[in-house]
Design a protein around this ligand. Structure first.
Ligand code: T46
Length: 136
């Protein structure tokens, strides 16, 4: 599976680093929502869903974590451990997040506002949908 990562150039100087991400310039979509996941307990695995429409960029701005991706045909395990690197997750992609370091902060830029209607939370339903799309 092709894993798409974006590297955002840090504006570093003697004071440290600063990363800027502009909606229309640096990403394949315009983000409408930002959220972040932190204080994740040891051994926790979360996600376990796909999205019908939502596209996202995941950036582990502190610490590290791993992302399991599944497009219905292939899977990938992606390590996120750089504050200036973003993982693109398209719609119709099953995701699970795991192996969070205690200091991990996973920042997400999302293309849509939050709605539960966009979630596919059953893996068998996800596979069925992917298969049906492949047949059309
Ligand atoms: C995703 C992965 C990477 C909201 O109220 N607003 C929001 O924008 C979000 C994202 C969540 N919530 C509420 C819904 C739940 O009561 O926060 C709670 C935890 O959300 P959830 O269980 O969906 O978290 P994850 O880690 O399973 O998934 C999240 C995103 O929901 C999802 O879109 O792709 O992170």
């Amino acid at each position: 599976m092709e894993v798409i990562k974006y590297t955002f150039p840090p504006h570093g100087d003697e004071r440290g680093q600063l990363v800027a991400i502009e909606a229309r310039k640096d990403l394949p979509f315009e983000f409408k929502r930002v959220y972040y996941i932190y204080d994740t307990k040891d051994g926790v695995r979360r996600g376990f869903h796909a999205h019908l429409k939502l596209q996202q960029i995941l950036i582990c701005v502190s610490g590290s974590c791993k992302i399991h991706l599944d497009n219905g045909y292939e899977t990938a395990e992606v390590v996120l451990d750089k504050p200036n690197e973003g993982l693109y997750i398209a719609n119709n992609m099953w995701r699970e997040m795991y192996d969070f370091s205690p200091d991990a902060v996973l920042l997400v830029l999302a293309s849509e506002l939050y709605t539960e209607d966009d979630y596919i939370r059953n893996y068998d339903d996800f596979l069925k949908m992917i298969k049906e799309q492949g047949e059309n």
